[in-house]
Design a protein around this ligand. Structure first.
Ligand code: NDP
Length: 399
């Protein structure tokens, strides 16, 4: 019996609320708190209609550490599930430490004024969480999150040594709009307009944004054009997977999406540098976010599937081996179940499973941890149970 506070009433927050409410034995009390109360209330109403469970709602500015600490002290939850934006990670970790509460998120901290994805800010809390006897679980979404657990599983069960990892994220869904992002547009565009980067034999190799691509034949969704990006799990996996020689991250994009993005970039709309308009300072990307479709509105329109997985090469029993561990998720099925498309679903379900791992003690240890530092087995089992079943495909080894 545990009480959780979910922070953030966006697409992912909706999935987490629904999935937690489906398991009242584990999540006996659920509070949803976010900046805009009416978004919390709308989610609470939908959860009640689907599951009969009541969840409490609150308005909160998670950037305000003092107010959030007081809120946590009053509510006394066992865990905070942070599915607000990456900017709220540090204030929420501070509030959790002050109030003595465990913490979980799905994306690493980013300073608002600089598109920089690094764990250094959150890893700097390791000692404080350890001393406080509290757990912070970082990146419990799909990528990062499930992809890290796939790698830990491969290390534990499928290989004697891992040589290379390619994380491949395909969204073959279609929402019918000429251009929209599947999750928070500001976070999404910041991520893909920065330089690409991958890790090889101890060095980071930088490439121009979207300049390296390949055609990859995914299970179920077929051939897709995948682009090399930097993604935050590369930083922790390159440190935590023993003997690793190379790790890269790839995401698929349609030509239509990339053309729109290029035009927006060329005219300066993706910039995070504030400009002055009619005496007011605004970030162009914030304005763009306001005119693009709200990702939460894509749910009822999106058809098709996602396929996200890790292609891993290495050695087992003296022989070369190559596998693809993956999940396929259907946009329409996700929408039917929880009222969100598959991008939010594939992030919210692992957040709910990560929460269960902490609340039941399966993964509870004091400190700040990335997902691959935990035992993958109970998490992998839970993926099959709670809506994200996975497969291991054996591929012919590369020469
Ligand atoms: P949304 O933009 O849909 O939702 C974010 C929510 O956070 C909104 O409800 C917003 O409030 C709220 N919020 C923003 N600032 C504050 C604040 N200061 N205090 C309280 N609440 C605040 O995003 P998503 O649901 O799509 O994404 C949620 C998180 O999941 C993001 O961090 C994203 O990076 C991460 N993510 C991780 C993935 C993974 O696989 N690991 C994949 C996809 C997303 P308001 O409604 O008022 O704007």
């Amino acid at each position: 019996m545990s009480k959780v506070i979910i922070i953030g009433a966006g697409g992912v927050g909706r999935v987490v609320a629904h999935k937690c409410a489906q398991a009242p034995k584990i999540f006996s009390e659920i509070v949803l708190a976010s900046r805009t109360l009416k978004k919390c209330d709308a989610i609470a109403a939908s959860v009640h209609a689907k599951t009969g469970q009541t969840i409490q709602t609150h308005a909160i500015d998670a950037d305000d550490v003092e107010a959030t600490t007081a809120f946590l002290e009053r509510e006394k939850p066992n865990l905070v599930i942070n599915v607000a934006l990456p900017y709220q990670d540090l204030p929420l970790m501070d509030a959790c430490l002050a109030a003595g509460v465990d913490y979980l998120d799905t994306a690493n901290y980013e300073p608002p004024e600089e598109a920089k994805f690094e764990y250094k800010w959150q890893w700097a809390y390791r000692q404080r969480f350890k001393e406080a006897g509290r757990t912070a679980l970082l990146g419990s979404g799909f990528d990062p999150g499930v992809t890290n657990v796939f790698c830990a599983y491969a290390q534990k069960h499928l290989f004697d040594s891992i040589e290379s990892i390619d994380i491949l994220d395909a969204n073959a869904g279609d929402h019918g709009y000429p251009f929209a992002t599947n999750f928070n547009p500001e976070i999404n565009i910041r991520e893909i307009t920065q330089k690409g980067r991958y890790w090889k034999e101890g060095n980071w190799i930088e490439v121009d944004a979207m300049s390296v691509h390949r055609t990859y034949d995914f299970p179920v969704v077929g051939e897709q054009e995948a682009y090399l990006l930097y993604h935050e799990e590369l930083e922790s996996l390159s440190q935590n997977i023993r003997g690793l020689k190379q790790i890269r991250f790839w995401m698929t994009f349609s030509e239509k999406y990339l053309t729109h993005l290029k035009v927006l970039e060329n005219v300066g709309m993706t910039s995070i540098q504030p400009i002055e308009v009619n005496g007011q300072k605004i970030q162009p990307i914030e304005f763009l976010k306001a005119v693009l479709p709200d990702p939460a509105s894509l749910g009822p329109r999106t058809k098709g599937k996602t396929c996200i997985g890790c292609e891993i090469t290495g050695i087992q029993a003296g022989k070369k081996k190559r596998v693809f561990i993956y999940n396929v998720c259907d946009h329409e099925a996700s929408y039917r179940e929880v009222g969100s498309q598959a991008i939010s679903y594939t992030t919210g379900v692992p957040a709910r499973i990560g929460a269960e791992m902490l609340l039941t003690g399966a993964w509870r240890k004091a400190g700040v941890w990335n997902m691959e530092e935990m035992d993958p087995d109970p998490f992998m089992e839970a993926l099959n149970q709670y809506g994200l079943p996975w497969q291991v495909l054996e591929l012919p080894p590369e020469d």
